[in-house]
Structures are given as C-alpha cells and as structure tokens.
Design a protein around this ligand. Structure first.
Ligand code: DX5
Ligand code: ZN
Length: 228
C-alpha cells in the first residue's frame, strides 16, 4: 500500500472545521482526536462534532479515541460514519469484542498503543484489526517532539504484521513532520498522522503532498518493503 497521510485537526481552528477540512484536500483521511480529560489530561471534542464534520467533508474520518471506556463509546463513532475508529488498548476491557463490533458497523477497527505499551502481548489480536496506531509522543497534546525510542517498536510491529501475512496498516501519531516522517517510513509505518506539521504550514494541502512524497521515497528504500 502506498503511504497515506492523515492530517490531525487538533492543530486546526475548531471554529472553522469545515474550511480546515477543505484546506487539506488530497489527504487520505482526516484525523479526529477525541479526548475525555480522563484517559489523557486534555478535553477536545466528541460525537456531535464528528457527526457534523461527517456531513461537512468527503474526506473519510479517522477517529482516534483517547477516552476511558471505549467499549461503551467507540461504536457510536462507527455509527456516526467514521471510516476508521481507533481505541486505546490500555483503556479497552474487551478489545476483541470491540474490534469485531466496529467492523460489524462498517468501520475499520484500529487499536492504539501509548509509547510505553509493548506490542508483543497483542500479537494474537492483530488479525482482528485493520490498523495499529503507535503513539510516537505521549497522547494528549499536539506539537510535541517525536520520541525516537518508539522506532524499535515500529520495526517490531512491522515484522509481526509481515510474519502473520496480514494486510493491516501501521499508523504513527505524534511529532510526525518533514524531519521525522522518513524515519517512521523506514521503520515500517504506512499511515502518517500530522497535526502541527500540516496546519502550521502556510499551505496545508501542499504540506500534505510534500509529506506524502517524502514518505513514498523513504518507503521505496525501506528494508521491510521487500517482504511484500
Ligand atoms: C496527540 C494526538 C495527535 C496530535 C498530533 O495526542 O493524538 O493526533 O494531533 O499532533 P502533532 O502532529 O502536532 O504531534
Ligand atoms: Zn491522534
């Protein structure tokens, strides 16, 4: 799969979300960070905003739920028309049941891991998922610096995906920019969330395209690509 870019509206102007979605036309996804002030120390937006955004843009929504009790709340985001719904494994009581429910509602099911959460205990869950999101900063805020310590986990996750012959996507989120996207692609990521690197640019759509081209070049030279 060629690299995909998912601009995070956390760095957009929340009073002008429809225009901000239009500003990244050409993006594969629109990354929507839902925070509940419990799972992370920040509060952003929730279901009503996602429902409105769904009607305001044709870009599929990539909802990243940084919330407690995703078993209860995540299915509603699938029902609201999100193309992809990501729950945090640290917060999910029954991740397999939740992933199956999300898929049955027509969404891609995705599981996120914080930087200190290892992937290995979840190896057997991977066939239940359409994407794994590896946080490359501690979740909660945009504009943080990329954590290089997460690169080995990206490599290990890519190896697990390939070893099992799975088609699931590997997303990275946090501090992804022109400076760091190539490292992520070389390590095995194929879906890239970028907030401040896109919305902080003078031309967000051009920033999306530039990131995509960087990721494509780095992927073409990446060791893991030979295995496909
Ligand atoms: C952080 C969010 C990210 C955030 C990324 O918890 O999950 O999606 O918007 O922002 P940048 O790209 O600025 O690090
Ligand atoms: Zn996110």
């Amino acid at each position: 799969m060629s690299p995909q870019i998912s601009p995070s509206i956390l760095s957009a102007d929340f009073a002008r979300l429809a225009e901000e979605a239009e500003a990244v036309r050409g993006a594969d996804w629109l990354h929507v960070d839902v925070m509940d002030n419990h799972f992370v120390p920040n509060l952003t937006l929730g279901l009503p905003v996602v429902e409105s955004l769904r009607k305001a843009t044709d870009i599929p929504l990539d909802c990243h739920l940084m919330i407690e009790d995703p078993d209860r709340w995540a299915p509603q985001y699938a029902e609201a028309g999100a193309g992809s719904v990501t729950f945090h494994v640290e917060a999910a009581a029954a991740p397999v049941r939740l992933a199956r429910e999300l898929r049955s509602l027509g969404a891609r099911a995705s599981m996120a891991l914080k930087p200190a959460t290892p992937i290995e205990p979840y190896e057997d869950l991977l066939p239940e998922l359409d994407m794994v999101l590896l946080m490359t900063v501690e979740p909660g805020f945009g504009g943080q610096s990329f954590l290089d310590i997460t690169l080995p986990k990206i490599r290990r996750t890519r190896r697990l995906i390939d070893r099992h012959g799975l088609r699931l996507w590997l997303q990275v989120d946090g501090g992804v920019s022109a400076t760091t996207i190539e490292r992520c692609a070389e390590a095995g990521a194929d879906v890239f969330v970028a907030g401040s690197a896109v919305y902080g640019a003078d031309d967000p759509a051009a920033a999306v395209q530039a990131l995509r081209e960087q990721a494509e070049r780095a992927t073409a030279a990446a060791p893991w690509v030979d295995q496909h």
